[in-house]
Write a protein that binds this ligand. Structure first.
Ligand code: GDP
Ligand code: MG
Length: 82
């Protein structure tokens, strides 16, 4: 029996707010899986997108990103990203 190597990687998107993380995830996925917005802190949970081709698989985790938390929403979003 032939054994085939399956490559997979998990990629965390942890750039600053409004850096274009969700836009990149959507572009790589080829469809809209994450909300893109000029309003900061629109991504409030960790969206997952899976991109596959014959080289392997990427699991993209789009997070709210890390930022200097001001108030409770910011703290919760940082915790989700971490
Ligand atoms: N000029 C420019 N704007 C971008 C680019 N990528 C995303 N944006 C815009 O930047 C804003 C924030 O994008 P988003 O993907 O939501 O950023 P996130 O907060 O890091 O997820 C949106 O208004 C996007 O349309 C880019 O490559 N160039
Ligand atoms: Mg986002």
């Amino acid at each position: 029996m032939e054994e085939k190597l399956f490559k997979t990687a998990i990629v965390g998107m942890v750039g600053r707010t409004n850096a274009g993380k969700s836009s990149l995830v959507n572009a790589l996925a080829g469809e809209k899986v994450a909300i893109v917005s000029a309003v900061e802190q629109t991504t409030r949970n960790t969206n997952r997108a899976i991109v596959e081709d014959d080289r392997g698989q990427l699991v993209l985790l789009d997070t709210p990103g890390l930022h200097k938390a001001q108030g409770n929403l910011g703290k919760v979003l940082n915790a989700i990203a971490r």
